[in-house]
Design a protein around this ligand. Structure first.
Ligand code: E4P
Length: 216
């Protein structure tokens, strides 16, 4: 499973990209609003830091308008995947855009049927939202497993981005369920990299080494 970073914060992308683990970036209007930045302002730097796809969402809601906006968004950089909301208009837009060679990431997916429809519309990516399902007492990770099984059963090559991840266990379980990609907030990436036994083990190695330094 590949790891994307789910943020529009350049410091976070810059830092995580140094770790050599990031294969793409996902943004959304809320993440950009949090930074007070438009995608045009940050895209050059994101592109210089990360090789893979950068998801940028449209804010139109009608199919024709989504297509028009997506064409503009796709021109901002070479490796843009345009995020299209999972509505019937979004399906129509994604289908037309993919025919024109513009990669789409159908977002706000909360059911296996929505994921199947997005895939049949030709979307390159679908993004089931795990955390938001868990928030309402539903089974977010179960959805990742269902979508992965359906796509494998029917040889569907749309890639599953496990999104709306809140903690390291979501990432682990997404991998076990067969998601192709997990898009992970920076704080969760930090938590994934750390373990108390790593910290205490390292401290003991350093202390033991120091204790015999005089004898060497
Ligand atoms: C990713 O593509 C989504 O925009 C993101 O993961 C949503 O996460 P949230 O539910 O924490 O807002």
């Amino acid at each position: 499973m590949e790891l994307y970073i789910d943020t529009a914060n350049l410091d976070e992308i810059r830092e995580a990209s140094k770790w050599g683990i990031i294969s793409g970036v996902t943004t959304n209007p809320s993440l950009l609003a949090k930074e007070g930045r438009k995608i045009d302002d940050v895209i050059d730097e994101i592109e210089s830091l990360v090789d893979g796809p950068i998801s940028v969402e449209v804010v139109s809601t009608r199919a024709d308008e989504m297509v028009e906006e997506a064409r503009e968004v796709a021109q901002i950089a070479e490796n843009i995947a345009v995020k299209i909301p999972m509505t019937t208009g979004g399906l129509a837009a994604a289908s037309r855009l993919e025919e024109d060679g513009i990669a789409c990431n159908v977002t706000l997916v909360f059911s296996a049927n929505q994921a199947l429809m997005a895939a049949r519309a030709g979307a390159s990516f679908v993004s089931p939202f795990v955390g938001r399902l868990d928030d309402i007492g539903a089974d977010g990770i179960g959805l990742i497993g269902d979508v992965a099984d359906i796509f494998a059963y029917y040889d569907i090559d749309t890639r599953i981005i496990s999104a709306s991840l809140r903690h390291p266990k979501h990432v682990h379980e997404s991998a076990m369920m067969g998601a192709h990609i997990a898009t992970v907030p920076y704080d969760v990436l930090e938590k994934m990299a750390s373990h108390p036994l790593t910290d205490s083990g390292l401290q003991k190695f350093l202390d033991d080494w120091k204790s015999m330094e005089g004898d060497l």
